[in-house]
Design a protein around this ligand. Structure first.
Ligand code: SF4
Ligand code: SF4
Length: 389
């Protein structure tokens, strides 16, 4: 059993917010209990995509600022990093749009790319595929996770456990959806990941949350809450109760309980009754994807996910053969043949290291042919309906 604090805070105004974050951490032992002077601390926010803070998709920069300042009071040396969801955006664009670049400059902290340092492999149980975690994470003494309180079409909600998924670099994250299409299996992988790489502390940005069809297409909801604690599982349990997620719609709970994790959070600060968000709207889920993933037979699920896979491709017209990607690929998946480089998709783990390191923008992120055709049809439909308007 560990403590999970709930503190009310309805603003991102720094003076009020800093005190509220400090209070929430104080209730679970204080920042000095988690960070020692001189330790290197990685703050891991939710930077799902290149979206401005007002969209409520990513952890708010003012929330992160408050945590940076708090960690500095304990003498921690702070860096900031996350591997985003993997779209055509670049990491630099994600940092710019989410406010991280400005924040890092103003607070004098380093932004670290989780995509550029190679990966460490972890074997999982139950025949799950091996995990590839960014080497960057292991350069730090402590990780503090800063999730956003949101719904999630596949896992019903996303908070402490799911936020740590971002230690897996690049679009490998979407590969795991392909390997483990059902929410139940996917949540077992997430639970095993956080058992192996647990953050020392989690502080949840639940000031403005997201309800409905999260994690990016939902509706903003003023929740006015900050949660903190050392156990990701117990924080998620408290979050689920606050959001009104019943156990039968909580695949994460089913997953970690199947791994023998026992939870019994001691709630401090606000009571559950005062923190509960009335009428919190859960995903209409369910998105077409999650319906497919829940009800189709496994072989068909896997086939469909394979058809939508995103992968790296070397653009031979732009490539100047500087060989940086070739030398830095952690899986030796890049081969050279007749002055051309090629990525072997069977050994590539989609970490995006090559994509991030190529100064010549010669490594493209590409969908499968099938997905490209479908996306073309979809955008053609959109153009036509716009014309009719
Ligand atoms: S880093 Fe870019 S330019 Fe250099 S070899 Fe790789 S793809 Fe070509
Ligand atoms: S080719 Fe290598 S560096 Fe590029 S994504 Fe695959 S594993 Fe990573």
């Amino acid at each position: 059993m560990s403590k999970v604090s709930i503190v009310k805070c309805s603003t991102y105004s720094q003076n009020v917010l800093f005190d509220a974050v400090k209070h929430s951490v104080g209730l679970v032992g204080g920042i000095d209990a988690f960070v020692k002077s001189g330790e290197k601390v990685l703050l891991k926010p939710n930077l799902l995509m290149a979206a401005v803070p007002e969209k409520g998709i990513t952890t708010h920069p003012e929330f992160i600022r408050a945590v940076i300042r708090l960690v500095k009071t304990a003498g921690g040396v702070v860096s900031l990093g996350d591997s985003y969801g993997g779209t055509s955006d670049s990491v630099d664009k994600v940092w710019g749009d989410t406010g991280m670049l400005k924040l890092a400059q103003e607070e004098g902290v380093e932004l670290v790319k989780l995509e550029t340092s190679g990966v460490r492999e972890f074997k999982l149980s139950n025949g799950l595929p091996e995990l590839y975690v960014s080497n960057t994470v292991f350069e730090f003494d402590k990780v503090i996770s800063l999730p956003k309180l949101k719904t999630h079409a596949l896992t019903t909600f996303t908070c402490a456990v799911k936020n740590m998924y971002g230690v897996i670099p690049g679009v490998r994250k979407s590969d795991y959806h392909r390997f483990l299409p059902s929410p139940d299996e996917f949540c077992v992988l997430l639970s095993e990941l956080v058992i192996k790489i647990p953050p020392v502390l989690t502080i949840v940005d639940g000031i403005i949350g997201m309800e409905g069809d999260g994690p990016s297409a939902g509706i903003l909801r003023e929740c006015g809450l900050i949660l903190a604690g050392s156990s990701v599982f117990e924080i998620d349990e408290v979050t689920a109760r606050i959001m009104g997620v019943p156990d039968e719609l909580n695949p994460m709970k089913k997953a970690y309980m199947s791994l023998g994790v026992n939870i019994s959070p001691e709630i401090v600060g606000e009571t559950m009754e005062s923190a509960k968000i009335p009428g919190f709207v859960l995903p209409s889920t369910k998105s077409v994807q999650s319906i497919l993933l829940t009800y189709l037979p496994k072989w068909l699920q896997k086939m469909l996910m394979r058809m939508f896979r995103m992968h790296m491709k070397i653009n031979t017209k732009k490539c100047v053969l500087c060989m940086t990607c070739y030398k830095r690929c952690p899986k030796n998946a890049i081969t050279k043949n007749r002055k051309k480089l090629k990525i072997n998709l069977n050994t590539c783990v989609s970490c995006m290291c090559c994509h991030e390191l190529c100064k010549y923008k010669a490594v493209d992120l590409e969908y499968t042919l099938f997905a490209r055709v479908l996306l073309k049809i979809k955008s053609f439909g959109k153009i036509n309906s716009n014309k009719k308007k």
